[in-house]
Write a protein that binds this ligand. Structure first.
Ligand code: AHR
Length: 506
């Protein structure tokens, strides 16, 4: 049966800006993300610029990637940046102990990362090493990257072929300090973050937005410790001191960690459990926000979700340490659901980075060494939602909606939506999570005159559908043809398990 829904959207009630940085990305030295994904080396037969694969760049440029986080993840806290500069033949290797115990030759280092960001048009988010690095090492890296004029690190940068300093807007103070980043307790990490931050200087007009390594999931106590470390309750000091952002990580892993399940072979109960876990990020963001509000009611400190996405068992036959997984329509719906939630929290949530861009976890692109490149269903959600970048969110009220689905005593809303306005255009995102019923939705559009509308749809015959080199368009956007103008708005029918966008010219 078709379910009926009515959604009221107040186009004349501006909410907070949806930062484009909510559509950020993450690239770690892990599996085939950097090597064989982004970077194939100058000697590759695949078209490349300074070793960076150009078809990958072209596909990602279509997403307007706002920022790219690098070099980790867990890898960040064992990365020593000086090993990744200078002539490649002289760069020392290391063992990537977190990810597959493979040798890292450091051929992709600081200059290569900055060249990649320039090709992508993305702002760099460099994640420094607190776990196994020194204060001087981090301080020198900031100087190397950002200091103009004559200085020891500036001279070294110039000797390596780059005269001008770069601009580095975002700086990470370690990663998952409670785990792979050093197994620290919250107070100990908070002190280290203050110490390292002290020596990460703003050189010239470069201003670092420093991000403290935050909580796993809903570890609100960790967030509270960090907020206390930068707050002075009762005095008038600005809480934005040692760090301006606090991160947290949230992965959609519905099953036990040891058996996360297959990316493409799952049943309907697995599907529902996935969506329930994905939807629960709303509670988690609200929890961190509430803790931060208690110390920072003016919301000056940003909440940064710098790792999110689905995490499945690796594809059979691949290195378990490489985290290579397929990406199905189900993953795309998780992304659509997450973005609606991110938009609702846009006042506090200032950045989010999906893990990870190429060949790792919930990737945008899957590549192979013979030149194959597949756009995943998740890629298409990022592309279809581009109109939300830096747009003004507007209130969305799901007035009538299908009954929630309940499994394991937990319930799931089957319809999700968000909307924003920019330059006399509105973009509405809609996700029908119901795996079997279409949804007839009345969009009650208030506060603006609609001059024209158009829609796009992402779906497939089943949620397990995914793209491969032999069937690259099994899940690809098509025009949404089921939109009809009605008094006061539009009528839209969404097929089961689908994501859609409706654009309005006002
Ligand atoms: O994204 C993969 C890993 O997940 C990251 O390296 C780490 O920060 C997290 O545990």
């Amino acid at each position: 049966p078709t379910s009926a829904a009515r959604i009221v959207i107040d186009l004349d009630v501006p909410g907070p800006t949806i930062s484009r940085h909510l559509y950020g990305h993450f690239a770690e030295h892990l599996g085939r993300c950097i090597y064989e994904g982004f970077y194939v080396g100058e000697s590759s037969e695949l078209p490349n610029e300074a070793g960076i694969r150009l078809d990958v760049v072209e596909a990602l440029r279509a997403l307007d990637i706002p920022n790219l986080r690098w070099p980790g993840g867990c890898f960040a806290d064992e990365y020593h940046w000086m090993d990744g500069i200078g002539p490649k033949s002289e760069r020392p290797g290391m063992i990537n102990t977190h990810w597959g115990n493979v040798e890292e030759n450091n051929h992709f280092g600081t200059h290569e990362f900055m060249a990649l960001c320039e090709l992508l048009g993305a702002e760099p988010y460099v994640n420094g090493n607190i776990g196994s690095g020194t204060v001087k090492e981090m301080s020198d890296w900031v100087e190397y990257l950002t200091r103009d004029g004559d200085s020891p690190m500036g001279r070294l940068r110039k000797a390596n072929g780059r005269d001008e300093p770069w601009k580095i807007p975002f700086w990470g103070l370690g990663n998952e300090a409670w785990g792979c980043g050093g197994n620290l307790r919250a107070d100990a990490y908070a002190d280290l973050a203050r110490q390292f931050s002290t020596f990460c200087r703003d050189h010239g007009d470069n201003k670092l937005y420093k991000i403290a390594a935050g909580a796993a999931d809903d570890d609100l106590a960790w967030t509270e410790t960090l907020m206390k470390a930068i707050s002075c309750l009762g005095c008038k000091r600005d809480p934005k001191g040692f760090f301006q952002g606090i991160s947290f990580h949230y992965y959609t892993v519905p099953g036990p960690w040891e058996h996360k399940g297959s990316a493409t072979e799952f049943d309907i109960d697995d599907y529902y459990r996935t969506m329930i876990k994905a939807a629960d990020i709303d509670r988690v963001i609200a929890g961190h926000s509430a803790v931060m509000d208690a110390y920072d009611p003016q919301r000056k400190v940003g909440l940064v979700l710098d790792e999110w996405g689905t995490w499945w068992d690796v594809e059979p036959g691949t290195n378990p340490g490489f985290l290579y997984q397929q990406n199905a329509l189900r993953d795309a719906l998780v992304a659509g659901l997450h973005f609606d939630i991110f938009h609702r929290h846009a006042e506090r949530l200032v950045m989010a980075n999906i893990a990870q861009t190429v060949n790792v976890l919930q990737a945008m692109l899957l590549t192979d060494s013979s030149g194959g490149l597949v756009l995943t269903p998740t890629y298409h959600v990022f592309e279809m939602n581009k109109g939300h970048h830096d747009a003004t969110s507007v209130p969305v009220h799901l007035v009538d909606r299908p009954a929630p689905y309940t499994i394991d005593g937990q319930s799931l809303e089957l319809l999700s939506a968000s909307a924003s306005m920019k330059d006399n255009r509105a973009l509405i995102s809609l996700t029908n999570l119901d795996p079997s019923s279409p949804a007839d939705i009345t969009l009650d559009l208030r506060g603006a005159t609609i001059n024209s509308h158009s829609g796009r749809l992402l779906t497939a015959p089943k949620p397990q559908a995914h793209n491969t080199s032999t069937d690259p368009s099994a899940v690809t956007p098509v025009p949404l043809t089921t939109i009809t103008p009605v008094a006061g708005g539009l009528q839209v029918t969404l097929p089961p398990h689908s994501f859609a966008t409706v654009a309005l010219d006002l």
